[in-house]
Design a protein around this ligand. Structure first.
Ligand code: GLU
Length: 315
């Protein structure tokens, strides 16, 4: 059963989580902070981040998306804005940071767009395919799993990272160790995500609760409205690292979620150019530097990136 108690627009969703985290930080005794064993509670600082060589002579006339972006002088990239270490917007400065943002910056640089010429648009999981098909965004970089169903609607460059579905629970939870323990429990995830689809198809005894964003699910977990939040481990470790006394990731990942850069399905030229860009940035060390400065801060060392699947045509 799916309950959709309320809908929240993505740009606003980051704020309640942030308020909860600030409140938790204020309540935490100072002596407890930074104790050994606690992951570092810090985000990437602009100075720590790599810079990418902009290929200003790059041209891709075969790509309608690139031509449109080139003539407007800006690349419009769909992202998440409430996923710590992956794609997060600082509400005070409006600055985006995280591993997905770095993937967007490094591949944009290969397409001839410096960071100053990227416009980010926060797009929720359920709206990704439509935003790409109707040209609202030029590409999408935001924990976007490549799968056969989605490939019928959009094109995917990559994968550039391999995640796996996992579970986030309150720190004092003792009954939930993996998806097999979800019977009769309320499990929250984002509408339109592969995570909620897997719960509904493979664990029908759980009560699925959907919102537009994971940060709203985390608010619901902290306020005892749900028993668990489920999505990719890469996303969940970020929330847990920001409030390690309140939440923990449990069990082993129970799926494979290869992250791709979404593009319009008909724009094969752009997709292949992005595949080339991903491979080049993996080879020259940018990928690892970007990981270490972002997702690596959650405490998980850099893995080997998965091999890029450069599939032909638009299928
Ligand atoms: N990677 C999964 C997906 O693409 C879950 C994360 C998300 O919703 O962005 O559906």
């Amino acid at each position: 059963m799916t309950a959709t108690p309320r809908r929240t627009r993505t740009p606003r969703a980051a704020v309640p989580l942030l308020l909860v985290l600030i409140a938790l930080a204020a309540l935490a005794p100072a002596a407890g902070c930074g104790r050994s064993g606690s992951p570092p509670v810090k985000g990437p600082k602009p100075g720590d981040l790599p810079t990418y060589r902009v290929d200003s002579s790059f041209s891709l006339p075969a790509s309608p998306t690139w031509r449109r972006a080139h003539s407007r002088g800006r690349l419009v990239v769909g992202v998440k804005d409430d996923q710590p270490y992956l794609g997060e917007k600082d509400p005070a400065t409006g600055v985006y940071s995280g591993f997905d943002i770095e993937i967007a910056r490094m591949t944009a640089a290969s397409l001839g767009f410096p960071a100053s010429r990227i416009t980010y648009k926060a797009i929720a999981s359920a709206n990704r395919e439509t935003s790409l098909s109707n040209g609202q965004i030029d590409m999408y970089v935001g924990t976007y799993t490549i799968n056969p169903l989605r490939k019928r609607q959009v094109g995917f460059a990559g994968p550039y990272y391999m995640a796996g579905q996992s579970l986030l629970v309150r720190a004092d939870e003792n009954d939930i160790h993996g998806p097999q323990d979800l019977k009769g429990k309320k499990v929250c995830s984002a509408a339109g995500s592969s995570s909620i689809q897997r719960i509904q198809s493979d664990y029908p005894d759980a009560t699925a609760v959907t919102y537009d964003t994971y940060s709203v699910c985390v608010d619901n977990l902290l306020t005892f409205q749900v028993d668990a939040v489920t999505t990719d481990d890469a996303i969940l470790v970020g929330y847990a690292a920001k409030a390690p006394k309140e939440m923990k990731v449990v069990g082993r990942p129970f799926s494979k979620e290869p992250y791709g850069i979404g593009v319009s399905r008909s724009d094969t030229a752009l997709r292949l150019a992005l595949d080339d860009a991903i491979v080049a940035h993996e080879r020259n060390g940018d990928w690892k530097r970007a990981y270490d400065a972002t997702l690596g801060l959650s405490g998980v060392p850099a893995p080997e990136p998965p091999p890029v699947d450069r599939y032909p045509g638009s299928g």
